[in-house]
Design a protein around this ligand. Structure first.
Ligand SMILES: [Zn+2]
Ligand SMILES: [Zn+2]
Length: 166
């Protein structure tokens, strides 16, 4: 009796308004995890006159529909991620670049963290902070510079390892 069972292959996942569609397109077109403000600026190019409130509400809708992921790092503005599956992030301390990666060992880490904290684990998200390849080696031919940077980093690690633990 109920509307029957045809599979709806050709139907879009969710019925999106033009604004929501445009905002989703902005997010899916970038890999840099833009903030709401950056999305607003980009969406204004294709939809002149769109308001920040519309962008904000659309982001909330897209997030609730599972089409984008909202991620927060500390107190800074939320970033929006086209990748909705579990994955990890690396953030550059220099330029703020945010990239995705996936560490298969994260599940093991989560179990270990759960044991330590005595929490029942639900999810784990790793954030690596450091310096991205572009900032580390602004000029690909500057081999000597990057070597010295690496040497400095190595030294720092060694110092930390040789720390006060007797
Ligand atoms: Zn960087
Ligand atoms: Zn991501």
């Amino acid at each position: 009796m109920a509307k029957s069972a045809g599979t709806k292959e050709s139907k879009p996942e969710v019925n999106l308004t033009r604004q929501r569609e445009a905002i989703l397109t902005v997010i899916r077109g970038r890999e840099d995890h833009p903030t709401a403000n950056e999305i607003f600026q980009a969406a204004s190019l294709s939809l002149p006159g769109i308001s920040y409130a519309t962008v904000y509400n659309s982001l909330r809708f897209l997030k609730e529909a599972g089409l984008v992921l909202e991620i927060k790092f500390g107190d800074s503005a939320s970033r929006y991620d086209r990748e909705t599956g579990r994955h990890d992030h690396a953030i550059c301390n220099c330029c703020g670049k945010l990239v995705d990666f996936e560490l298969p060992q994260a599940a093991d880490l989560m179990r270990a963290a759960a044991r330590r904290s005595k929490f029942q684990p639900a999810s784990v998200h790793l954030t690596l902070r450091g310096i991205c390849p572009d900032c580390l080696e602004p000029d690909a031919t500057a081999g000597a510079d990057s070597l010295s940077l690496k040497a400095r980093a190595d030294r720092k690690v060694r110092q930390r390892k040789a720390g006060p633990k007797a």
